[in-house]
Design a protein around this ligand. Sequence first.
Ligand code: M6R
Length: 608
Amino acid sequence: MCGIVGYVGKSNATEIILGGLEQLEYRGYDSAGIALYTEDGIKIAKEKGRLKNLNDELEVSPLNGLMGIGHTRWATHGAPSKTNAHPHTTEEKTIAVVHNGIIENYRKLQEMLVKEGYTFVTETDTEVVPYLVDWCYEGDLLAAVYKAISYLEGAYALGIMHKNHPNELVAVRKESPLIVGIAEDGYLIASDIPAVLEHTQKVYYVDNHEVVYLTPDDVKFFDGAKAPVQKDVKVIDWDAQTASKGGYDYFMLKEIHEQPVAIGETLKRRLDENGRIHLDDFKLTKEQLENISKVYIVACGTAYYAGIVGKYIIEKLAKIPVITDIASEFRYSDPFIDENTLMIVVSQSGETADTLAAMKEAQSKGARVLAITNVVGSSLARGADDIFYTWAGPEIAVASTKAYTSQIVGFYTIALYFADLKGIVTPERYNELIEKILPLGDKVAEILENKGQIEEIAKKLVNAHSAFYLGRGLDYTIAEEGALKLKEVAYVHTEAFAAGELKHGTIALIEDDVPVIAISTQEELIGKLVSNIKEVKARGAYVVAIAKKGCEEMHHVADEVIEIPVEEDFLMPILAVVPTQLIAYYTSITKGIDVDKPRNLAKSVTVE
Ligand code: M6R
């Protein structure tokens, strides 16, 4: 949540910062602000709402300088407003601060600072930081920041500048993500890579508790004990073009269309010259795997729904019992974790606070942690024992699509690798599955060609107050993901139900024209699902079925059938989810919603 950008160098800081914030708007977009070091001291511009409002304001009243910090906000403490927007400053604007994260002890600090004579004007937790730095300041900015952070509890990535230090930018990281970009004529700090790509593909990843001291010609890193840290430059292998819309109206549609390639890549990059799965970032040995008695899969939102598909896949192929849990609940359930547990954490961003906390909890109890993530060098990747990168490319839209399908390919790949290590899969089945997964992207492309039908169906959903997704077995897991998508981007209240469970209460909600989307890809469950569809049809529901091509039973009972290519049931989740993504997308844009930035949401949820 929230995105921060900073620049110190020889170019126009305003342009660089605003460009960076545009790339970070997915992290929060209820207000934006910038602090510039100008000839007349530190100047601030802030606006409520999208970044565009700030851009418009700066067109009217430009600010120029060679150093500055900027912020795009997802409100946690205090409503979205101009006053609560960052940067926050001291009363005299001697110090300006941008912050991503939460200062948990801000009330206590505020009380202490009020007694010292400071006056607070915002409802934010962040406002304590500039005053705290001011209170600690004795002429040396870096020293003041070190002293100030010793008082802070919580999570923070901070960018800090001081009126008396025209060429010094200080940044700090604890839990919240932070990188440094090395540009030709200066240095940037940012919450995420896309913010710097316009200027550089060379970055440093800032580690927890590190403090960064930047000037136009140099960057220095220090650890929590103030000792200098030597870091390696990382070169990002995607550029600004990859992170742009590339001709699509929205990132969500672009990312849905990137799935045919992303799905294939996730597995292809793991195959050696003999067509065997080789996992580079896995240190788990055959002996260690044999000692694993259970797997926990823990994640949030869509990544969690990929996890419940993963449970089916691992149990079926690798024959290890799997427990799934939502990361935000995991720590309260007294989980059965020990050194014979493998925890798999799933996260597109690799920065989700609840998932990170769950990982730490499991590690403290001796579990080994495997991270499935899309972001190289993310906090999850750096904390885990083994890593599976999904290689789906940057996912910018708030709604996760290609990351989800790549995560599921990840589960097939990992489960097959485990089954092979354990010697419980025949060579024929091993090769058969690989040969079937590799061209699955082509089948996704076939579904995308049929999107016109889905666009029409979506028109019937725009006025719905509520909708239902039904499924059994693996189809139920897809129903869960489909319902989340329709809720988050189209604001249609949608429930996912195991089809057999409906008659135990929820069927009371079915009345004339209520949309029910039934997912039916599991051959042996079709008969039972047909009965459930008849039950809702009898009560007036409008039924759309997502079914394999040629499934006559569905044509008999449903009002509309979205046909998808035929594959063996076990692999159908990757295909079945695609129409659900398109249904959500078209319903959203037909309602005139900004589908990439739905209300109240942020792409990266870095608060618990
Ligand atoms: O980055 P993560 O995969 O850890 O994010 C988890 C969820 O916040 C995320 O999947 C969220 O549910 C998406 N908005 C769903 O489209």
